[in-house]
Ligand binder design. Structure first.
Ligand SMILES: [Zn+2]
Length: 307
């Protein structure tokens, strides 16, 4: 093998994926298996052994591999430890050290929003962008800020935590982090569901999205869309005046609502943002994390650190 590759590993709450990816974004091979919650150390050893077998089949040796980019729930990027992943029941697991021991290769780690942002920067709609802010709307709300192809991590590795921007809201709604009136309390899946309930819609976020995409969405659903886009547009107006990005990239489950969500958000944003930025920042839906998977973000992290 004369190509340099990176291995992207995405340990999710339900499934784990491994991908061997070239700098050009070619997926050479991949593995998918359910995440085993019991005995994480044995599970990590299995990931190592199965990956090793795949590398052998593809005739890839250690000198071809630039490193491993790893994402996992509640992974602290400075310490390399999973503090407490409540979905998995894992506590204080030094995952970076464990993978280093097995693979004897450089291991790079970061949170899922930062990995998604790097994935778009290398292989998706953020390619060749001067700068962008990616916003993932899923169970929680994450953001990743990329400037000139590099992530903005900050002094304490807490940069780009846009899910915890405080927004002006009539109620005092708690955020899962313990704060009050943070974006995630309103735009995380539980937050959106609460807003739907408060406006007489008893449905899951996925169902709400599907209803919005139907031919005749109800006035009530359109009102809810208006409310959630109003809340998010306040937060991203604040982000815009601090970073002045070329574009916003929307990822995660909520982004599946497509153009109706994106257009409403963009309209509200342009009503609120500083006049000198009005109609200047592009809005796009993420490509890589939704269509190709988070393993590409892991590989992009390796390329961004090594090359
Ligand atoms: Zn918060």
């Amino acid at each position: 093998m004369n190509k340099q590759v990176a291995i992207g590993i995405d340990i999710g709450g339900t499934n784990t994926k491994v991908g061997i990816i070239t700098h050009q974004g070619e997926l050479i091979d991949s593995l998918h298996f359910p995440t085993v919650k019991e005995n994480p150390e044995i599970f990590f050893k299995n990931i190592y052994e199965e990956t090793l077998a795949k590398l052998k089949v593809n005739n890839i040796t250690d000198k071809d591999i630039l490193g491993i980019g790893l994402g996992a729930p509640m992974l602290h990027s400075q310490s390399g430890i999973i503090g407490y992943a409540h979905n998995l029941g894992w506590r204080n697991i030094p995952i970076k050290a464990i993978f280093e021991q097995h693979f004897k290769l450089p291991i790079f780690i970061d949170n899922d929003a930062n990995l998604a942002a790097l994935g778009e920067s290398y292989f998706g709609v953020g390619k060749n962008s001067h700068s962008f802010i990616l916003i993932t709307l899923g169970t929680g709300v994450g953001t990743g800020i990329v400037i000139n192809g590099k992530l903005l991590r900050g002094f304490h590795a807490q940069g780009g935590e846009g899910g915890h921007i405080i927004i002006d809201a009539p109620e005092n709604r708690p955020c899962p982090c313990g704060g009050i009136n943070h974006v995630e309390g309103y735009l995380g899946a539980a937050g959106i569901k609460k807003t739907l309930q408060m406006n007489g819609l008893q449905m899951e976020v996925k169902e709400f999205g599907e209803h919005l995409l139907s031919k005749n969405p109800s006035d009530q659903a359109l009102k809810c869309l208006d409310i959630i886009c109003d809340q998010l547009s306040s937060a991203i107006s604040n982000m815009a005046v601090m970073v002045d990005p070329e574009k916003f990239i929307i990822a995660g489950g909520v982004s599946q609502m497509g153009p109706i969500f994106l257009n409403t958000l963009e309209k509200k944003f342009n009503e609120k943002v500083l006049h000198s930025l009005k109609h200047k920042i592009q809005f796009e839906l993420a490509e890589v994390s939704t269509k190709k998977g988070a393993i590409f973000g892991g590989a992009a992290l390796v390329f961004s650190e090594v090359l």
